[in-house]
Design a protein around this ligand. Structure first.
Ligand SMILES: Cc1cc2nc3c(=O)[nH]c(=O)nc-3n(C[C@H](O)[C@H](O)[C@H](O)COP(=O)(O)OP(=O)(O)OC[C@H]3O[C@@H](n4cnc5c(N)ncnc54)[C@H](O)[C@@H]3O)c2cc1C
Length: 309
């Protein structure tokens, strides 16, 4: 039985309340608007659906990959062999309880910050303008030098691969620069609790406005990209190194190193994943030749890259 066989799809559809599809183009679910088909694609309606999907995938030996809003993904043109589990709207709730904000993994990070600000709660404003879901934000420790989600996270609820539900402390999540221990996979984030501080709504609004203006000045807007492709090496700026290596504006196929922010590799309209990957590899080589440092990917490469690796 192939992963996407009709019998399997029908079986899964009968077991969960959410959506199950076969051969779903990942270009529909990534900010790059790039990516071949996932054999199986599911949008669970609730935590019970997630538990069922994991138990069934394990029983059938189907690999599974959780995603949020696809703002940090480069999916291969050959697609993904296995099941993509996308956490979206059904898990998009945001609740406020005193200084605590509790958000489902499918809630937008920016909306969560807005809700906190409306309640005069400070601590998430460093994430101004960072696109994506709460699930992705926890796994990636999203944020900026003005603050990361990991700084204010008190509890993360996950579904483990055996279907058990568990609450993790920040120490157990293991937040790092642009990452966490959850990146190794095997768990799906379903909820996060943030502990914030009472603040002045006016001050928060003016800080967020300032950060938005700054982002608009320094980063390309309205482009198909995944933000910064590479992590900053210790105390260094990847974008300055890429610029210094002469890669700014370089193109391969439809992919281009942004002339506004060199750590953004953008899809100018018709790029495929192999264009972006080839451009990223060429950029790494040029930076290595010039500075002796090999940049690490921040963007997550998902799917079948066998012809490249
Ligand atoms: C224009 C632009 C600007 C950006 N600027 C910034 C920035 O300033 N700072 C910053 O930190 N990031 C930035 N990013 C990157 C991106 O916004 C963050 O990494 C974001 O947290 C990704 O969230 P997502 O929901 O889109 O996750 P996805 O891209 O869908 O997934 C990212 C990773 O998290 C995993 N994942 C997602 N959801 C779950 C879940 N529920 N359970 C388990 N694993 C999960 C995926 O498997 C994958 O490994 C930018 C991106 C863009 C497009």
């Amino acid at each position: 039985m192939t992963v996407s066989s009709a019998t399997l799809i029908e079986e899964l559809r009968g077991k969960i309340k959410g959506i199950v599809k076969a051969n779903e183009p990942m270009s529909r679910h990534t900010s790059y608007c790039i990516g071949g088909p996932a054999d199986l694609y599911a949008e669970p309606a609730d935590i019970e659906d997630i538990v069922t999907l994991l138990v069934e995938s394990n029983r059938l030996g189907i690999p599974w990959y959780p995603i949020g809003d696809g703002q940090n993904l480069l999916v291969s043109d050959h697609g993904i062999r296995g099941m993509v589990i996308r956490l979206g709207k059904p898990l998009g709730y945001i609740k406020v309880d005193g200084v605590r904000v509790i958000a489902g993994a499918g809630a937008k990070l920016t909306k969560t910050m807005d809700v906190a600000m409306r309640h005069s709660l400070a601590g998430l404003e460093g994430c101004t303008g960072v696109p994506g879901s709460i699930g992705g934000a926890i796994v990636m420790n999203a944020g900026t030098k003005y603050g990361y989600v990991g700084d204010v996270t008190r509890r993360v609820r996950v579904v483990n691969s055996d279907g058990s539900v568990q609450d993790l402390t920040p120490e157990e999540v293991g937040f790092t620069y642009r990452g966490s221990g959850l990146q190794s996979g095997g768990r799906i984030v379903v909820e996060a609790e943030f502990e914030l501080k009472p603040g002045s709504k006016e001050d928060l609004i003016s800080m967020v406005d300032r950060l938005k203006r700054r982002r608009n000045m320094t980063q390309p807007s309205a482009t198909k990209s995944a933000g910064c492709v590479f992590k900053n090496p210790d105390d260094l700026h990847a974008s300055r190194m890429i610029d210094g290596a002469g890669a700014k504006g370089m193109r391969i196929g439809g992919a281009e190193v942004s002339t506004k922010h060199a750590n953004y590799l953008i899809n100018t309209g018709n790029a495929c994943a192999s264009d972006v990957r080839a451009l990223a590899e060429r950029t790494r080589e040029m930076v290595h030749d010039k500075f002796g440092i090999m940049l690490d990917y921040e963007v997550k490469l998902l799917g079948d890259w066998q012809d490249v690796d």
